[in-house]
Ligand binder design. Structure first.
Ligand SMILES: Cc1cc2nc3c(=O)[nH]c(=O)nc-3n(C[C@H](O)[C@H](O)[C@H](O)COP(=O)(O)O)c2cc1C
Length: 187
């Protein structure tokens, strides 16, 4: 890994990645790094679903496209085309669910933050291995059928992110970054 990795790290849009297969060993490594996060009380208030192979197409067809059609009966062919291949843009999609528990001392907010840390670790690890990766939610992260499919508890568990992982087709351009002087102050 280059020493300035975190200064140069950049996401690659899912629509710009190739879905060629990723070696199993790299997926295992990304997952192992992903769950190595700060977690107050070691509660593991998150869970992970790995979607690859035929399951990408299955979820695209049976959940994303079918729910989109239900909610958008007037949708045109172009829109349906996009929805029919959402997950198939990637080789692997890792879903991070926030699954907070009741705890006498640790606030739910901290459990939710920890699930964001899992997303960021997965993303960074995939990118550090040279893969194209993007953290997305899009509309279907908030869809009830999708949440049910992943076994989420109603009104409790949430999808923190879909971490799309594929191969780079080209190097991404830099995007606008925050002005440090506007957001950081030294006291
Ligand atoms: C929780 C979360 C959800 C996101 N969902 C979307 C989304 O639905 N659509 C989108 O275009 N970008 C979404 N993004 C932004 C992308 O991840 C984008 O690639 C990222 O901001 C690029 O940052 P980077 O280059 O520093 O990695 C989301 C980001 C986060 C943190």
């Amino acid at each position: 890994m280059e020493s300035d990795f975190f200064l140069n790290r950049r996401s690659v849009l899912a629509k710009k990645m190739s879905a060629k297969k990723i070696p199993e060993g790299d997926i295992k490594k990304i997952l192992a790094a992903g769950i190595r996060v700060p977690d107050h009380g070691a509660l593991n208030p998150w869970s992970i679903k790995v979607i690859q192979g035929d399951k990408l197409k299955f979820i695209d067809q049976e959940i994303i496209l079918s729910e989109f059609k239900k909610e958008n009966p007037q949708a045109n062919e172009n829109q349906l085309q996009i929805e029919s291949k959402r997950l198939q843009r990637a080789s692997v999609v890792i879903v991070v669910l926030s699954t907070p528990i009741e705890h006498p001392k640790i606030p739910e907010w901290e459990m939710i933050l920890s699930s964001g840390a899992v997303c960021m670790n997965l993303l960074s690890c995939a990118q550090s291995l040279g893969y194209a990766s993007q953290w997305l939610t899009e509309w279907y992260a908030y869809n009830n059928k999708m949440l049910e499919y992943f076994g989420a508890r109603k009104n409790k568990d949430k999808i923190s992110g879909f971490i799309y992982i594929g191969h780079k087709i080209e190097e991404p351009n830099e995007r606008k970054r925050p002005d440090p002087d506007k957001i950081i102050s030294y006291l």
